[in-house]
Write a new protein. Structure first.
Length: 113
């Protein structure tokens, strides 16, 4: 799990589209910021991750919801720009919510396999 921290893991080819971002806070609690879009607004959930790497869905909560369309753009450049805007909003939220955690300016991005 630690090797996946501070990386945007993207799964945007299928419906629903998903982006994951794992990190550990200053109290050594692990989290995932999970973005999902099926149809309609994209939602972003902040979810605790337990010691086994399992998501504690009872704790998960929507932290923002936006009208992004990360699958319906005319060109690949437009789609890429939309994804980057979503990821930047994710980082802005995390920096405000966890001010003692250092989040990279330009995290690595990888497609989920």
């Amino acid at each position: 799990m630690k090797n996946l921290e501070h990386i945007f893991i993207e799964s945007i080819i299928y419906c629903p589209s998903q982006i994951y971002y794992y990190f550990t806070d200053e109290e050594d609690q692990r989290w995932v910021l999970y973005v999902r879009q099926r149809s309609g607004p994209l939602t972003c959930n902040l979810i605790r991750v337990d010691d086994k790497g399992e998501w504690n869905l009872e704790w998960g909560r929507v932290v923002f919801s936006r009208e992004y369309d990360i699958n319906g753009k005319q060109s690949q450049d437009e789609e890429e720009s939309e994804i980057m805007a979503v990821e930047e909003e994710m980082l802005c939220f995390l920096r405000q919510r966890f001010p003692k955690v250092i989040f990279p300016d330009h995290p690595e991005r990888k497609n989920e396999e």
